[in-house]
Design a protein around this ligand. Structure first.
Ligand code: ZN
Ligand code: ZN
Length: 385
């Protein structure tokens, strides 16, 4: 098999689709001509999310003609996060942590790909990174700016595979730096930084984001031996805070950080992956802050917001063990289920046994954790003072 005249190497952490587009352009051909006529691959390519599960047929053709090993090509896809961010990347449907491409034929209806304008500016050859498809990657690990999802000029989602469509074969060098629709230079988008007052959670989130491409960071080792249960729990906590029962939590966090966290609009309780980068970033920072000094901060927040265990998950079994253990041990909801009558009855029971009703004794009698026992004792004293 003859190698292609030009076969650029994939850049650091480059995502498959970005490299495939560069490969075609480096050989001087528009995408469709290159893959269909030149390489002879007739199946649809760009109407699918090829960064998830590209077909073996496609990878074989590219591997043979570019000289890149099959394994190398697979490592450019999102399945390379398997066993770290999620167990298995599903073949179809939405996946945790992956921003859905929202494909509709070749036109992407919504952002699937993010970009950092400063990274694109620094690139000698502009290209798109694999981690830019991740909802977790809401901020650039190098420039610490909020990731962008749309062209600043025409508000179109990034779709570099549409370069050259309908405009002849004139493809500019470094095409991936430009908006495919209006030709604006995306690298000139002004960077946007979030003001976050708590330095430790900020640096912990940066470390977590960096660990995506350089696993080995042990931020989550206190929670779980590998990344999957940790990230699963982080996503549950985000969902709880941004969910329909999370109003109190959002309010308390907003007061702590002096910034709006999550969304109160019932129509906007999307999955985390469907939120804008800034909203994702504030939620991530808040949750990373909560996991520090675990579970103290989270329990304090739940207590302030009157948030109980039953609200932590619709399906309790879906919680990773580090969250389930905490909920089991500390987030008992019984004090909120117990009626005042039951508490008063327990108080009289103790009194009849010639015991002084203290919150500790009431807690032991009713099987309540500390905070709930104190709340129950307040109810008892208010009726017996
Ligand atoms: Zn950057
Ligand atoms: Zn544009």
């Amino acid at each position: 098999m003859i190698l292609l005249p030009a076969h650029p190497q994939p850049k650091d952490n480059e995502i498959l689709s970005s490299w495939m587009v560069r490969l075609a352009f480096a050989n001087g051909l528009p995408l469709h001509t290159f893959y269909s006529a030149y390489l002879g691959y007739k199946e649809p390519i760009w109407s699918r999310d090829i960064d998830r599960h590209p077909s073996d047929g496609l990878l074989n053709v590219i591997s043979r003609r570019s000289g890149q090993a099959l394994e190398k090509l697979k490592s450019l896809t999102l399945s390379s996060y398997e066993g770290f961010l999620f167990e298995r990347l599903p073949l179809t449907g939405n996946s945790p942590w992956i921003i859905p491409a929202g494909l509709f034929h070749r036109t992407r209806q919504r952002a699937g790909m993010q970009f950092c304008p400063l990274c694109l500016r620094d690139d000698v050859v502009p290209y798109y990174r694999r981690c830019w498809r991740l909802a977790l990657y809401a901020m650039c690990e190098h420039h610490l700016c909020i990731m962008r999802e749309y062209c600043p000029s025409c508000s179109t989602p990034v779709a570099f595979h549409r370069h050259g469509i309908g405009r002849g074969k004139d493809i500019p060098a470094g095409a991936l730096r430009f908006c495919h629709r209006c030709d604006v230079d995306l690298s000139q988008t002004p960077p946007d930084h979030l003001f976050w007052s708590e330095a430790r959670s900020f640096s912990r989130l940066v470390a977590t984001i960096k660990s995506l491409e350089q696993p080995g960071s042990n931020l989550w080792h206190v929670f779980s031996p590998c990344g999957v249960p940790f990230f699963q729990g982080i996503r549950v906590l985000i969902g709880v805070i941004n969910g329909r029962n999370g109003h109190g939590l959002r309010q308390q966090l907003g007061e702590i950080f002096g910034i709006k966290i999550g969304n109160d609009d019932p129509k906007k309780h999307f999955d985390f992956e469907g939120l804008g980068a800034k909203e994702r970033l504030t939620l991530l920072l808040a949750v990373i802050w909560l996991t520090d000094d675990w579970p103290k901060r989270f329990l304090n927040l739940c207590s302030l917001a009157k948030f109980t265990r039953s609200r932590l998950a619709e399906d309790f079994r879906a919680l990773p063990f580090w969250l389930a253990c905490m909920a089991d041990e500390y987030l008992d909801s019984r004090s909120y289920v117990l009626s005042s009558e039951e508490i008063i009855a327990a108080g009289y029971y103790l009194k009849n046994k010639q015991q002084t009703v203290t919150w500790q004794l009431l807690g032991v009698t009713l099987g309540l954790p500390r905070d709930s026992a104190k709340a129950a004792w307040q109810i008892w004293t208010s009726r017996n003072s």
